[in-house]
Ligand binder design. Structure first.
Ligand code: ADP
Length: 394
């Protein structure tokens, strides 16, 4: 009996020991598994965080504005460009598009894409936060079961493109008008001659002079247009050399002395010796001719036109063409370098102007790496300033 009890006790003790060992082992395993699981969870969280950060960085670097909506039309994602374009903050995420943008057309677009389920394109004009033209593409999203899951809106800013299209259309309209006017004058003069005018010697001379004058105007206009086209496309080759400025200005002054005298204008060269620009001599002569010609044409009768110059800092030189004429009104001052802009259209045409002279001046000076600007006030004359890279003089 005693032996039996002792054996039973030993067995029980052994079992209890084994159970204790198993429990310890299970506990250690469970702790190890938990550690492993936590590490895995952390790694997943880190990877997810890195992915999200990378995706946000990518979306924020997009030029296009991006808005993602959920199935109920609530904003779930907005990139930086969309914030800028529509002027709302990320804080508005969670609200509806209409609450965030307050623009019915955009909200209607989102509703349309949900109904149609395909890509919808729409051009939109925004007045605030800034005047913009946007091309919006919207596409519906679907989940794995093909149920509607919202929409993605991509806004592409086409403001500059539309502006350029407007400039191009205006330019074509202006060119057509400028060509048509002298052409119709040439045509009617020729018709008058054919209809019998040629038999009258005085009329013959007069009408031939009209034809000659307007044919010359057409030639000037076409030359200016071709030059501008070459400047625009960068197809113009500039032959840079050190151009002594006093001598270059003197050539132009000599060319225009007769024209100045005909209006009683004193034309003077006040450029000091020792100044030189790194320039294409022929193109610089064209720039100076345009500015001096304008100063004589639009300046005061019996007035004074002075061309002066000085060295600036940082290896640049400046030339000024000054007149004491009626000046340019402030609202026109910002536009005088535009193609075909004239303060007084009739006056410019009567003087044989193409309306392209200052646009050519600006483009040629910029092709030299220089700048041009104008200072003027009504009744106080006009000064055109141009800066060019300086050159060492021999
Ligand atoms: P245009 O062929 O008409 O002279 P430009 O491009 O040379 O064309 O000049 C544009 C317009 O700028 C002129 O029509 C004129 O109204 C104005 N303008 C240019 N130079 C002067 C000036 N020195 N004084 C006043 N107005 C000027």
């Amino acid at each position: 009996m005693t032996t039996f009890n002792t054996a039973l006790l030993a067995t029980l003790v052994a079992l209890a020991g084994a159970a204790w060992w198993l429990w310890r082992r299970w506990k250690a395993d469970a702790a190890a598994h938990k550690r492993e699981f936590d590490e895995l969870k952390q790694r997943h969280a880190d990877t997810l965080h890195a992915h999200t950060a990378r995706m946000e960085a990518m979306l924020d670097s997009m030029i296009e504005g991006l808005i993602v909506l959920d199935a109920r039309g609530r904003i779930t994602l907005v990139n930086r460009a969309a914030e800028r374009i529509f002027g709302f903050s990320r804080m508005m995420a969670g609200g509806t598009l209409l609450e965030a943008i307050r623009h019915h057309e955009v909200a209607a677009l989102a509703a349309r894409v949900n109904a149609e389920g395909s890509v919808v394109q729409h051009e939109l004009r925004l007045e605030s936060p800034a005047a913009r033209v946007l091309q919006i593409s919207a596409v519906a999203l679907h989940d794995a079961n093909d149920a509607p899951a919202g929409a993605v809106l991509v806004a592409h800013d086409v403001t500059q493109l539309r502006e350029l299209e407007g400039v191009r259309q205006d330019f074509v309209a202006n060119v057509s008008y400028e060509l048509r006017t002298p052409l119709s004058l040439i045509k009617s003069a020729a018709e008058t001659l054919i209809d019998g005018g040629k038999d009258d010697p005085a009329a013959l001379t007069r009408f031939l002079e009209i034809i000659d004058k307007h044919a010359n105007r057409l030639t000037l206009l076409i030359d200016d247009l071709l030059l501008l086209a070459r400047l625009d496309s960068g197809r113009i080759e500039l032959r840079f050399e050190a151009v002594p400025l006093r001598a270059a200005v003197q050539d132009t002054v000599d060319d225009y002395q007769l024209k100045a005298a005909a209006r009683g204008v004193v034309l003077e060269n006040a450029v000091p010796p020792g100044l030189a620009a790194r320039a294409d001599a022929e193109r610089l002569r064209q720039v100076l001719s345009n500015l001096v010609d304008n100063a004589i044409k639009y300046g005061r009768e019996n007035g004074r036109v002075t061309v002066s110059g000085r060295a600036l800092d940082a290896g640049r030189v400046e030339l000024c063409v000054r007149d004491d004429g009626p000046g340019i009104p402030p609202e026109a001052k910002v536009r005088v370098f535009e193609r075909f802009f004239r303060v007084d259209k009739a006056r410019s045409r009567e003087q044989g102007g193409t309306g392209l002279g200052l646009a050519i001046v600006k483009n040629v000076v910029q092709a030299h790496g220089g700048e041009v600007r104008v200072e003027s006030a009504p009744g106080e004359g006009t000064v055109f300033f141009l800066t060019l890279p300086a050159a060492p003089i021999d």
